[in-house]
Each structure stands twice: as C-alpha cells, then as structure tokens.
Design a protein around this ligand. Structure first.
Ligand code: PEP
Length: 266
C-alpha cells in the first residue's frame, strides 16, 4: 500500500488544509514538550514567526529515564488545543500507548508515533484506525524496509495519510545523539509514494546542528522539517539543548523561504 510500484505519483498528506508533499517544504515547529500554557503559546508564536504552518508539542513523552518528566498527559493536550485556538496552527502530537489513541486523536490534528514505538504494531494499527493523519518516525535501529513495513501496518487499517520522518539512527558515532541518515530521503522517495520529512532536532540533539541539518534536509529533497523551539531552553523540562531560541528564528525563516527555491522538487 505504501509502495511506489502501484502508486507512481508521490502523495501529499493534508493536515487541516496544510499540505505535506512534493509541492512544498512544510515547517512543523514547537516545543519538545508542553510544559505550561505560557511556554507553549510563546513557542507556538516563535514557530509561526519562523514560517511554521503546523505546531508540534508532546503531551505524552517517551523518556529514556522513568524519573524524567513524562509529559502533562491530557492537561497538555488541552493546552495544545487552546494554543491552536489562539494561533490557528493545527497540532501534531505524539501518542505512546494504543489505549490513549482515541483520547489523543480527540485533540490532535496529526498523530505522531515516535522512534521508540516505531515497531509497536498494536499502536500502529490503532493509529491507523483513528481517522487522523499520522507522522511515523523511523525507529532508531530500523532499516528502511522495516520503517516502510511499519507504515504498512498503519495503511492496512485504511489510513494512507502517513508522513514518514527520518530522525537519525543509532551508529557508533557519539558526537551527535543519533546519525541523521540523509540518504534515507531519496531512497524512501524512490520506494514509497509517502511524503518524507526530517527532524534535525532529535537526530543531532544539539542546537548548533539544527540549521545546518535543515539546509541539508531541504537540499536532499525532504518534504518538510520538524523543529524544536523553546522560549527559555535553559529551563526546559525536556531536550532544552536542541531547542532553537528567538535569535535563531530569522535564519530559520530565511532558510525556509530561500532554500526550497534552489532545489528541484520533481
Ligand atoms: C519527539 O519528537 O518529541 C520525539 C520524542 O522524537 P523521537 O521519537 O524521534 O525521539
């Protein structure tokens, strides 16, 4: 279902009127985690100023340590819905448990499945049946074949509104959190008709890499980028070191305006 063999034209997935696909480069931005109403609104305004048309933000956070901030849960979803109301930005947010899919889908415009759940087949089937577009991150140890098969689980439930997100894979390199597999973009675009975006924030784990990797993402033909921003990253409860701050936004906006014009997107 996700293969390009039977579907030669690349697809566009539309989230509340916002297209993600071959005709555009979509910027999705926002806080890694929803922490407070004020922090989420400020981050959303930063995202919008940089040209974002979709707001990201985690209310359910899959953390490596059980002692780390796990997200606000439904209270976080309510904050996101309120910020959507104020900014007009549709919401992309992660669901980590099949039992929470109906709840998260009742607030979200797009459901995110994260790298740690990329082969949680019960979750994939549940999001496939939820009737909302899905962003499926690549598992950090998944081959491209495994990633596409994960997408197939969602598609099999009747949902082809799937956007694939390359967010780095685990390698021997320790200078970055994960290694962004930039070649995954053209490889997947040949194999699958689904849009492919890049997450330069979670792959590198470092603010200084986000803009260079965003340029690389657009240059290689990605259909969008998803980027963490935070008004006060030094106080962030999750992944502060990778969040872009106010001073970075002009450059991000410029990249989003100028770079797509330089790249053939056919
Ligand atoms: C996220 O986008 O909030 C996230 C946790 O990303 P990943 O699943 O890629 O680590």
């Amino acid at each position: 279902l996700v293969s390009r063999d039977n579907h030669p034209d690349r697809s566009t997935v539309t989230v509340q009127g916002v297209p993600i696909g071959p005709d555009t480069v979509t910027l999705i931005a926002g806080p890694c985690a929803v922490e407070t109403p004020q922090q989420t609104l400020e981050a959303a305004e930063m995202a919008k100023a940089a040209g974002a048309t979709l707001l990201r933000g985690g209310a359910f956070k899959p953390r490596t340590s059980p002692y780390a901030f796990q997200g606000l849960g439904e209270a976080g979803l309510r904050i996101l819905a309120d910020v959507r109301e104020k900014t007009g930005l549709p919401i992309v947010t992660e669901v980590v448990d099949a039992h929470d899919v109906a709840l998260v889908a009742s607030y979200a415009d797009m459901l995110q499945v994260g790298t740690r759940n990329a082969q949680n087949f019960a979750l994939l089937q549940a999001v496939g049946a939820a009737g909302k577009p899905v962003m499926l991150k690549r598992g950090m140890t998944a081959t491209i074949e495994e990633w596409l098969m994960a997408a197939e689980y969602i598609a099999q439930r009747g949902n082809l509104d799937i956007v694939l997100c390359e967010r780095g894979i685990r390698t021997y390199e320790t200078a970055t959190r994960n290694t962004l597999d930039i070649s995954a973009v053209p490889v997947v675009q040949r194999l699958s008709h689904l849009p492919v975006i890049i997450d330069p924030s979670h792959s590198g784990g470092r603010r200084d890499l986000v803009l260079p990797l965003s340029r690389a993402a657009i240059a290689v033909g990605a259909d969008g980028v998803i980027i963490d921003v935070h008004p006060h990253p030094e106080q962030a409860l999750c992944d502060g070191p990778q969040a872009l701050v106010d001073g970075d936004l002009d450059e991000l906006a410029q990249i989003m305006q100028e770079f797509p014009k330089l790249v053939s997107r056919t």
